[in-house]
Design a protein around this ligand. Structure first.
Ligand SMILES: Cc1cc2nc3c(=O)[nH]c(=O)nc-3n(C[C@H](O)[C@H](O)[C@H](O)COP(=O)(O)O)c2cc1C
Length: 222
C-alpha cells in the first residue's frame, strides 16, 4: 500500500466492556506544574497572525513533535461537534490553511456550518493556541499549487481514498490506487473534491503555562 494511504480503525462503544478500563487506570494523580515562561501583553504582537507565526517558529526551533498538527473541530448537520487532527500547511494574510477531501465528514459539516475551532498544543513549550473563525475554500488555483507539490503517492491517494467512508477491505483501496496509478502514470491532476480550506480567525487565544496559570486572549474584530 502506498505510504500516504493511512489506516483508520473505527470503534463503536460498548459501555459494559469499558468498566475494565475505568477500574484499572488511575488518572487522578496525573498533573504537571508549568514553569517555563510567562506571557505579558507587552510581549505579544498586535497582530495575532504575526504572534502565531512567532510561536510556531519557536515550536519548530524547539523541535516540538508535529508542530503544525492542529485539532480542527466542526459542527455537523445535527449540531453535533466533531474533531480531528490535520496539518497546518500555510498561514496567509486571510488565516490558517489546511487541505482535505471536500467529501469527507468534515467537508460535509463545513458545507452546512462554515465555522471551525482549531487547537495547537506544544507541550515542550507549555503553550496552546486556540483559533475560532469562519471557513472558506481556498481558490482552486492555490489548491493546485499545493497539490502539485505533494509526493506522487499522496496525489494518487487523494483520488483513491474515499475519506471518512467505511472501507470493505485494504485490498479494495490498494486496487483503487493501482487503477489511478495506471490512469495517471506521470501527471496526477488535483481531484475536484480535494483542496484547501482557510480559517479566517475571529478570535485567537494564546495560552502560556506558568505556576499560577496564565491566559492571554487576543481578539480580532470580525
Ligand atoms: C497528525 C495528523 C495529521 C493529519 N493531517 C490531515 C490533513 O492534513 N488533512 C486531512 O484531511 N486529514 C488529516 N489527518 C486525518 C484526519 O485526522 C481524519 O482522520 C480524516 O481527515 C477524516 O476526518 P473526517 O472523517 O472528520 O473528515 C491527519 C491525522 C493526524 C493524526
Amino acid at each position: 500500500m502506498p505510504e500516504s494511504l493511512s489506516c483508520i480503525g473505527l470503534f463503536l462503544i460498548n459501555h459494559d466492556k469499558n468498566q475494565y478500563i475505568m477500574d484499572t487506570l488511575d488518572l487522578h494523580g496525573i498533573r504537571k506544574d508549568y514553569s517555563k515562561q510567562t506571557l505579558s501583553e507587552k510581549e505579544c504582537d498586535g497582530s495575532p497572525l504575526v504572534q502565531f507565526e512567532r510561536w510556531l517558529d519557536e515550536a519548530m526551533k524547539a523541535q516540538v513533535n508535529e508542530p503544525t498538527a492542529m485539532n480542527v473541530a466542526t459542527v455537523d448537520a445535527e449540531g453535533r461537534p466533531n474533531a480531528r487532527m490535520v496539518l497546518l500547511k500555510e498561514i496567509n494574510p486571510h488565516g490558517f490553511v489546511f487541505f482535505s477531501n471536500y467529501h469527507s465528514r468534515k467537508g460535509r459539516a463545513l458545507d452546512i456550518h462554515p465555522f471551525a475551532a482549531l487547537t495547537f498544543f506544544w507541550p515542550e513549550l507549555e503553550r496552546q493556541v486556540r483559533v475560532e473563525g469562519i471557513v472558506k475554500k481556498l481558490p482552486a488555483a492555490e489548491s493546485d499549487v499545493y497539490f502539485d507539490s505533494r509526493p506522487y503517492t499522496s496525489r494518487i491517494g487523494a483520488w483513491a481514498s474515499h475519506q471518512s467512508e467505511v472501507l470493505g477491505s485494504k485490498s479494495e483501496l490498494v486496487a483503487r490506487a493501482a487503477m489511478v496509478g495506471a490512469k495517471y502514470p506521470l501527471h496526477v491532476p488535483r481531484p475536484p473534491h480535494w483542496g484547501g480550506y482557510v480559517i479566517e480567525p475571529e478570535r485567537v487565544e494564546f495560552w502560556q503555562g506558568r505556576p499560577v496559570g496564565c491566559m492571554t486572549a487576543s481578539n480580532i474584530a470580525g
